[in-house]
Design a protein. Structure first.
Length: 153
């Protein structure tokens, strides 16, 4: 009799809330904790190994990425000559900048000979600074840089 009353009360509570509060969680004997750990370990290993495997396969087949590679080159040199305000000094400054631009243009040619399939000049800069004094020869210190973007052969 007590069992029937207990069953009715449990059914009533279940009906009211929709949740059976008297049931217990019983572990499933088919899925054990060690096998769950093995499953997690296998999943993590697969996630970590997949990118490395894909990279190795791409390299083994001889494929090369077609993504652009940035190149930066700098030039520093001295040009001796007049450094005042006259016409000869202006010609010397122009000559110094021209040298930087010619060096930048040749840089793409050199890269194509050695490692680039394609070369594109992104930017060029030049800086011509006056140098004069008692201990130093008169002229200009020239600094230049070129930024290039290449595609590897």
């Amino acid at each position: 009799m007590k069992r029937k009353a207990d069953l009715r009360r449990r059914s009533f509570v279940n009906l009211q809330s929709g949740v059976d509060r008297t049931s217990r969680i019983v572990p499933n004997p088919e899925i054990s904790v060690p096998s769950f750990r093995k499953l997690i370990l296998a999943s993590v290993t697969l996630l970590l190994a997949a990118p490395a495997l894909a990279q190795t396969v791409g390299q083994a087949s001889g494929q090369r990425q077609e993504s652009p590679v940035p190149i930066q080159a700098t030039f520093n040199f001295f040009v001796a000559g007049p450094s005042g305000e006259g016409e000869e000094a202006q010609k010397l400054r122009d000559k110094a900048r021209r040298i930087v631009y010619e060096m930048a243009a040749r840089e793409c040619d050199l890269l194509r000979e050695v490692l680039a399939k394609d070369c594109r000049m992104v930017s060029v800069s030049s800086n011509v600074g006056r140098q004069y004094g008692q201990q130093q020869p008169e002229g200009y210190t020239v600094n230049g840089s070129v930024s290039l973007q290449i595609t590897l052969k």
